[in-house]
Design a protein around this ligand. Structure first.
Ligand code: HEM
Length: 404
């Protein structure tokens, strides 16, 4: 690529930056890169050279481009993360997020019918009841309380458990394993141990449901007959992990963001019908998937004036892309009334989030009920003391002490 000579060459970025100066804004260096070099060199922790994409159009283009692969064995972690060894093996059966077509298609086809807007609407009443029961419990607990422990984490956990047919009484086990798996500082052995333990647990459940089916997704997948037990166990692990940590962090960090933007909070309180729009804007503004996703080039590809060589790994910064001023006006403002549609918080292309309709319903119900229940909801600690999840694969807050 020919760089304008007035711009000093920037050194390659050494590992994807995650440290923030503001809890809601992506690391400042990402905004600087987006301005100057929306596709720039990134040195991966394993020493390999790849790329970092920070603009909206380039990130979206890569996610839609079949010349870029999601196959697990081709990826490199953009910063050290326990889950990814230096040279990862192929995805295990059922873990279709790490596969390309046609394997990916085979799984996705089995699942899409169970995650349609209509199917998820059928769950609305149940989600509303689960939400109000947790708010009852939070009220009984009394002010102050940790919003993550009482509200943000248990609601999506219970919902995905009921959908899959996983006993919620086993939550300590899978919540613990998920934490170990997604913690950037876990050792590779610890992370693999957690994954194996989740897989064995769900495999046991699949075997039991084969002889005693119930009204749940695991039993339905067994009855459909297209996937074997090992594959269904892998699908269940993926859905369990993806289904509770993500929404939980949107609820936790989203509430923190609302409490720190009183005018926006007031607007949503005044007009609960705004919640649909508000959720899209919170997804854009907070973009909790802050590490990766990554894609590997299957051939030489010209991208944004650079030549990405076959085999090189491209990291897409979704938080940076969703703050691209070329795509969103005043991108660093939280504006619940704007149209944020087209944001990349759920990804884009064939791997776009399978659970997005479910997540939306959980968030709409969650925020509206929370605000209605606690008209005086406020932080119970100084904002600087809220523990941020820069050390986790999914960004958010570790806990959120609130009072009312
Ligand atoms: C994929 C974000 C909730 C299940 C993805 C991807 C993103 C994402 C960015 C794409 C990853 C890539 O391209 O490599 C989110 C966010 C959520 C959320 C921000 C909450 C607000 C959920 C829920 C479920 C779920 C509730 C399950 C019920 C999945 C699955 C995939 C996925 C299975 C892989 C899809 C595929 O490979 O075809 N999610 N997700 N997600 N998500 Fe979500």
């Amino acid at each position: 690529k020919t760089m304008p000579t007035s711009v000093a060459p920037m050194p390659p970025v050494d590992g994807l930056p995650v440290e923030r100066s503001d809890p809601f804004d992506p690391p400042a260096v990402l905004a600087a890169l987006r301005e100057e070099r929306p596709i720039s060199r990134l040195r991966y922790p394993d020493g390999s050279q790849g790329w970092l994409v920070t603009s909206y159009p380039l990130a979206r283009a890569v996610l839609a481009d079949p010349r870029f692969s999601r196959r697990r064995e081709l990826q490199r972690a953009p910063r050290r993360i326990a889950f990814e060894e230096e040279h990862p093996g192929p995805s295990e059966p059922g873990f279709f997020i790490g596969m390309d077509p046609p394997e990916h298609t085979r799984y996705r086809r089995q699942l899409t019918a169970h995650f349609t807007v209509r199917r998820m609407r059928d769950l609305e009443d149940r989600i509303a009841r689960i939400t109000s029961e947790h708010l009852d419990a939070m009220e009984r607990h009394g002010s102050p309380a940790d919003l993550v422990a009482e509200f943000a984490l248990p609601i999506p956990s219970l919902v995905i458990c009921e959908l899959l047919g996983v006993p919620y009484t086993d939550r300590e086990k899978f919540q613990h394993d998920t934490r170990v798996l997604l913690h950037l500082e876990s050792s590779f052995q610890e992370a693999m141990g957690a994954l194996v333990s989740l897989r064995e647990y769900l495999h046991g459940l699949v075997v039991r449901k084969r002889s005693a089916p119930a009204d749940d997704l695991i039993s339905t997948l067994i009855a459909d007959g297209a996937l074997n037990d090992e594959e269904i166990a892998g699908v269940a692990v993926l859905l369990l992990i993806a289904g509770h940590e993500t929404t939980a962090n949107m609820l936790g960090l989203g509430t923190f963001a609302l409490l720190r933007h009183p005018d926006q909070l007031a607007a949503l309180r005044a007009d609960p019908a705004l919640v649909e729009n508000a959720v899209e804007e919170l997804l854009r503004y907070l973009t909790i998937v802050h590490i990766g996703p990554t894609r590997a080039a299957l051939e030489d590809v010209e991208l944004g004036g650079e030549l990405v060589r076959s085999g090189e790994v491209v990291t897409l910064s979704l938080p940076a892309a969703n703050r691209d001023p070329e795509r969103f006006d005043e991108p660093d403002e939280l504006d619940l009334r704007r149209s944020a549609t087209g944001h990349l918080a759920f990804g884009h292309g064939i791997h776009q989030c399978l659970g997005q309709q479910l997540a939306r319903i959980e968030m709409r119900t969650g925020f509206n009920q929370l605000l209605a229940r606690f008209p005086n909801l406020r932080l119970a600690v100084e904002p600087e003391d809220v523990q941020l999840r820069t050390d986790m694969a999914i960004y958010g807050v570790h806990s959120l002490p609130v009072a009312w």
